[in-house]
Design a protein around this ligand. Structure first.
Ligand code: AMP
Length: 439
């Protein structure tokens, strides 16, 4: 099935194509048609299934189809509630991404940041508001938001909202909405509580559900190397050089970052090339061919460029920067260890990225083993429970790089090993507790 058959407008299909999506995910195939028809929907789908586009695309379609002449103040027509600030920010980013070719205004409100600027934007008016419940209620009580014209309500990750104790807040918000509206409820699980909420909220809903897809590829060994931001370049050269890594895909967040890192690796004698949307298609095709045949050992890519790249037998995926969107981590590391093969996913994480790491671990439902590399222990104690390992392997020290190290593989140190080199490849560890309530 292709996106064209779903009945979405040309502007939305263009935005989807720009994202590099070829086919709708199962939740999108199931949820988009009934939402377009204006039906209430109850969906069981986890993060990672493509659910955000599953509700955002048809909502954008309907908003533009039934758009009313704009007054000076645009009323809020769609309200999307999410349990956490991070998710709210991500959902609004999706609204912007998919609505890039449409005249739709959106904003996001959540706690922990200034109230005034949010109130100002709300006063000017937006079509779509993404919010966490607590801060939204603050705006309600300050009369800085008007919810009386909401046509569509989305409860995203409803089960998590209930877990986090938001039910009373949600009820207060529901009381401010007009009764004639479309309701969409997305939840990873369908407990009795969710069912009760659905019964109270939804009007003859269409029910859809998909299997979860957030499990990481089997056979992928994950590890986090804590390191100061300014030493990531040197650590990567050292790991690649000392381990003679080939077939390595390295992810950076920006095009400039990809170019800078590639230059650094080349200076260290490593055959690396960058691939990103700032490069001409011809250069990208050549680079990819060189990488596939092995004359380039390391491909440095941004997420967008790497999406859709068909490369098999990757042995290493390196997160030089952690992605802002936790699901992208799963997409990235899913590129190694495919089809029964084993692979390594290595993340270089500076203390500034600890909150991103927490988000990824929450999504995975487990902690990723953390190992300092001798000579590259971070100087700053992180706020993530990771302590720098003061032990140093023989000969390894600042300035360590591939050439300086010859072919000696740097020894990995586990935090639990008291400074002794780690014996074996790390496995996955479980036991992650849920995040705390935020709004
Ligand atoms: P979500 O479950 O909404 O958090 O989406 C998970 C990830 O899937 C996001 O990074 C999206 O960009 C991506 N995604 C959504 N729809 C598609 C699609 N049809 N094809 C490929 N990737 C998609």
């Amino acid at each position: 099935m292709s996106f064209d058959t779903l009945g979405l407008s040309a502007e939305l299909l263009r935005a989807v194509a720009k994202q590099g999506y070829d086919v709708p995910t199962p939740i999108q195939q199931l949820a988009i048609p009934p939402i377009l028809r204006g039906e209430d929907v109850m969906a069981r789908a986890q993060t990672g299934t493509g659910k955000t586009a599953g509700f955002t695309l048809p909502i954008l379609h309907r908003l533009t189809e039934t758009s009313e002449p704009r007054g000076r103040r645009v009323p809020i027509r769609t309200l999307i509630l999410t349990p956490t600030r991070e998710l709210a920010a991500q959902v609004q980013q999706s609204v912007r991404t998919y609505g890039r070719y449409l005249p739709i205004q959106s904003t996001v409100v959540y706690g922990g940041v200034g109230f005034g600027p949010q109130a100002q934007i709300l006063r000017r008016g937006v079509d779509i508001l993404v919010a966490t419940p607590g801060r939204l209620l603050d705006h309600v009580s300050q009369r800085t938001v008007d919810l009386s014209k909401v046509e569509v309500l989305v409860l995203d990750e409803a089960d998590r909202m209930l877990d986090m104790g938001f039910i009373h807040d949600i009820k207060k918000i529901l009381a401010k909405l007009p009764s004639n509206r479309q309701n969409l409820l997305f939840s990873a699980t369908l407990s009795k509580e969710i069912q009760r909420l659905a019964d109270a909220l939804l009007n003859s809903p269409t029910r859809v559900q998909v299997e979860n897809t957030t499990s990481t590829a089997d056979g992928v060994t994950q590890v986090v190397h804590p390191v100061d931001r300014g030493r990531k370049n040197a650590l990567l050269s050292s790991l690649i050089g000392a381990g003679s890594w080939t077939k390595t895909l390295v992810f950076t967040r920006t095009k400039r970052g990809a170019d800078r890192l590639t230059q650094h690796l080349n200076r260290d004698g490593i055959r690396a090339s960058a691939i990103h949307s700032g490069k001409a298609q011809g250069a990208r095709t050549r680079t990819l061919a060189d990488f596939k045949k092995g004359s380039v050992a390391v491909l440095v890519a941004t997420d967008i460029a790497a999406r859709g790249l068909d490369i098999d037998r990757l042995t290493y995926v390196v997160n030089f920067d952690l992605p802002y969107v936790a699901e992208d981590y799963i997409h990235r590391i899913g590129r190694t260890g495919r089809a029964g093969k084993t692979g390594d996913a290595v993340s270089l994480v500076s203390s500034e990225e600890n909150s991103l790491l927490n988000g990824i671990e929450r999504l995975l439902g487990s902690r990723i083993p953390k190992e300092s590399v001798a000579g590259f222990e971070p100087r700053h104690t992180s706020d993530n429970g990771s302590r720098p390992n003061r032990a140093r392997a023989n000969g390894a020290g600042p300035g360590n790089n591939a050439r300086a190290n010859g072919n000696r593989r740097p020894r990995r140190m586990t935090e639990r090993s008291g400074g002794r080199p780690a014996a074996a490849k790390p496995g996955r560890r479980g036991g992650f507790s849920r995040g705390s309530r935020q709004s």
